[in-house]
Each structure stands twice: as C-alpha cells, then as structure tokens.
Write a protein that binds this ligand. Structure first.
Ligand SMILES: CC/C=C\C/C=C\C/C=C\C/C=C\C=C\C(=O)SCCNC(=O)CCNC(=O)[C@H](O)C(C)(C)COP(=O)(O)OP(=O)(O)OC[C@H]1O[C@@H](n2cnc3c(N)ncnc32)[C@H](O)[C@@H]1OP(=O)(O)O
Ligand SMILES: NC(=O)C1=CN([C@@H]2O[C@H](COP(=O)(O)OP(=O)(O)OC[C@H]3O[C@@H](n4cnc5c(N)ncnc54)[C@H](OP(=O)(O)O)[C@@H]3O)[C@@H](O)[C@H]2O)C=CC1
Length: 330
C-alpha cells in the first residue's frame, strides 16, 4: 500500500503531494473516535462551600448565558449577587430563580452600560442594597457576524459602546468609589480568543475586546496599590442563545467548529463559572494581569501551520517519511 502511494506521489513536489485529492480525501485518523470521550466536563461547584460568604459580586449581563452561570456559582458559594443589564424582566426572573435555588439574595438592576449616567445610577442603587462589591465581572457584550463592508457607523458604535466603553464606564465608576473607600476588589473581564488574533466578520467585537484586554492589563499595573486585581478570561465557543443566534444563525458552522477543537467539544457555562469563581476568590489573590485562554485548545489548533497534518494516516506517513529521508543535500 505504502509503495503504491509512494509511486503515485513520486516525481511530484511535496506541495503538489499535499494539494492532491489523495491527501485531501483522506479521513482524519482521529475521526474514528472523538477525543470528547477523554474530556467530559465535571459537574458541580469546584470551590469549598462558603468561599464567598459575606462577599458581594456584581455581574453585568448576569441575566443570561455565561453571566447567569457565573452568578449561580457565586451565589451557591455564598455571595450576595447584583446582576445588571438592559432587560429588567429577564434579570428579575433570573434573580428570583437563583435566589430560590441557593438561598442567597440576588438583586436585579436595570442598566445600559453604554450610558455612563445609567452606570452611575446603577452603582448608587447597589451601594444602597449591598454596599460596594468585592467581585466585579464585566461580562455584558454585543456581537453579530457581518462582512465589514456591510457595517454601518452605528453598527460599529453599538458593539464598541457595549463592549469597550461599557466595560470602561463600569470599571472606572466602581474603581473610583472603591478607591475612595479604600476597599480592595477583584475585577474580571470576559473577552474572547480572537481578541488576540483579530477576526474577520466580527471586527467591532474583535477591536473592542482587544481594547478591554489593554484596559485590564493596564489597570492591573496601576491599581494594585489600591488592592484591585484585574484578570481576563478568553472563552472559546460555549453554547448560549445570545452568542449562537448572532454568530451561527443557521447552525451551519457548529460541526466544523467542533472538529477544530482538540478536546472535541464545546465548553460548558458551568466550567467557565468555576474558573471565574476561582479567579475572583481568595485562592487567587496573587493572580493579576493574567489572560486565561479557556477554549479546549481551539486557538492553538487554528494557529499552527502544520496542524492539518492530523489528517495524515500512518500509511501516508510511511510515504512522506520515505520521501523526506530520501532527500539529500539542500
Ligand atoms: C464561524 C463561526 C461559527 C460559529 C460561531 C458560533 C459560536 C460562537 C463562538 C465563539 C464566540 C466568540 C465570541 C463571542 C462574543 C460575544 O459577544 S457573544 C454575545 C452575543 N450577545 C449579544 O450580542 C447580546 C446583545 N446584543 C444585542 O442586543 C444586539 O444584537 C445588538 C445589535 C448588539 C445591540 O442591540 P440594539 O438594539 O442596541 O441595536 P440595534 O438598533 O438593533 O442595532 C444597532 C446597529 O447595528 C446594526 N446591526 C444590528 N444587527 C446587525 C447585523 N446582523 N448585521 C449588520 N448590522 C447590524 C443595526 O442596523 C444598527 O445600525 P443602523 O441601522 O445603522 O442604525
Ligand atoms: N458564548 C460564547 O461562545 C462566548 C461568549 N463570550 C463572551 O461571554 C460573555 C457572555 O456572552 P453569552 O452569555 O454567550 O451571551 P449573552 O447574549 O447571553 O450575554 C450578553 C449579555 O450582555 C447583556 N447586554 C448586552 N448589551 C448590554 C448593554 N448595553 N448594557 C447592559 N447589558 C448588556 C445582555 O443583557 P440585556 O440584553 O438584558 O442587556 C446579556 O445578558 C460576553 O462577554 C461574550 O462576548 C466570549 C467568547 C465565547
């Protein structure tokens, strides 16, 4: 078999060899058994009960998706939580459900993070209800896939105002008040893996998330002296209605997305909630300025130039190795 394949490849350049339909029609050996079976997500809350007792956590976008999962975990660990976003009915329902599940109070505050006055009013309300927070999670975001030549100025503004300006307004408003009261806090921003690489078709989101990362790394350096830590989680794909309805509206891309994730599956909201809780906890007081990629290996899998060689079968490797070994000189 190897000899036959070698004869077919013989005389062609390595490039032509890779471009051949023979190479591209080869199934990836790993496809016979999904790696997912090695990487089942663990259920349950990771930190000890009471890790956030007497603590207040403020989570933007806490009514849905990943924000809701992080709020649930912090509440289970004893925190009083305050969740904020535009849709008060959604927030209120989530707050009621989590409170009755955990027995700890969750407060809902309406706030459009694009509006600095609304942000200031939201923090006033929080101060009255719970006092200033110990944990701040900037999770609210807006996004949609769109060829950049179809983007209007307002489309750009809408996303960058939520993601970058919203995070800045929340962080500055809370930071200044915390500094005045000489109270320490953990700030966490949820960005995305393409904040680092950039990505076509989500250009406002990529630009704004990169700005959030610069903001948080800068403040990690500047505000440690006030007792403030700043960290970043870059999640890979995790199924939420908010993200998938705007980024894969037809569902056509999910399968190919999973095949490029070395762990063979999407993340779960509970996994990211455990990581966020750890970063925000007293177990991580030495962590500041960290950027944690949490993506099942998707980023490195997309980045490595030779990673497509996962498709090469052992027989094909025999051929290639023979070709390489037979090369003499430069
Ligand atoms: C290959 C990929 C395969 C699979 C991907 C699958 C999964 C995800 C994997 C990874 C995810 C990585 C990162 C994820 C990051 C996220 O942030 S996900 C979170 C997404 N959640 C949300 O967006 C929730 C909040 N969003 C919203 O409320 C709206 O979507 C909003 C548009 C952002 C804001 O709403 P608002 O009501 O304020 O704004 P509008 O008035 O409706 O619109 C403002 C302007 O934007 C223009 N617009 C809106 N939608 C589109 C569109 N689809 N295309 C082009 N332009 C759009 C709108 O027309 C307005 O502009 P104007 O007309 O000029 O006034
Ligand atoms: N799911 C995924 O695969 C990934 C998600 N992320 C990030 O995770 C975070 C959560 O996303 P996810 O849970 O998936 O999506 P959701 O759409 O469920 O969450 C976004 C939240 O942001 C809130 N929000 C939007 N605009 C505003 C605003 N102007 N003011 C206040 N709140 C606002 C929304 O509430 P409301 O509409 O009530 O305002 C909503 O609760 C985001 O930062 C996202 O970028 C990153 C990588 C991957």
């Amino acid at each position: 078999m190897a000899a036959a394949v070698f004869r077919r490849a013989e005389g062609s350049s390595v490039t032509r060899f890779f471009q051949s339909s023979w190479f591209h029609s080869s199934p990836a050996p790993q496809q016979s058994g999904s790696p997912q079976r090695f990487f089942a997500p663990a259920d349950g809350v990771m930190l000890p009960t009471g890790s956030f007792k007497d603590r207040v956590a403020f989570i933007t976008g806490g009514g849905t998706g990943l924000g809701r999962a992080m709020t649930t975990t912090l509440s289970m660990l004893g925190a009083q939580c305050v969740i904020a976003s535009r849709k008060l009915d959604v927030l209120q329902q989530t707050a009621n459900e989590i409170s009755s599940q955990t027995g700890n109070q969750v407060y809902a505050v309406q706030c459009d993070v694009r509006d600095p006055q609304a942000v200031s009013h939201c923090v006033d309300q929080m101060e009255t209800m719970t006092g200033l927070p110990d944990v701040i999670i900037n999770n609210a975001a807006g996004n949609f896939v769109c060829p950049s030549e179809r983007l209007s100025p307002n489309g750009w503004k809408s996303i960058t105002d939520i993601v970058l300006n919203g995070t800045a307004y929340i962080t500055l408003e809370l930071g200044k008040r915390l500094i005045k009261k000489q109270k320490g806090a953990s700030f966490l921003a949820i960005t995305t893996i393409y904040a680092e690489s950039g990505s076509g078709f989500v250009v406002p989101s990529a630009s704004a998330k990169a700005g959030v990362e610069a903001l948080y790394k800068s403040l990690a350096a500047e505000w440690g002296r006030y007792g403030h830590r700043f960290n970043i989680i870059q999640p890979g794909p995790i199924r939420t209605k908010g993200a998938f309805s705007r980024l894969d509206p037809t569902g056509a891309f999910e399968k190919s997305m999973i095949t490029r994730i070395p762990t063979g599956r999407l993340g779960t909201p509970e996994e990211i909630a455990n990581l966020a809780a750890y970063i925000s906890s007293d177990y991580a007081t030495w962590m500041s300025g960290a950027v944690i990629r949490f993506d099942g290996g998707e980023y490195v899998s997309m980045a490595g130039e030779f990673n497509e060689l996962k498709k090469v079968t052992p027989d094909q490797w025999d051929v290639m190795e023979a070709m390489i070994r037979s090369t003499k000189g430069s």
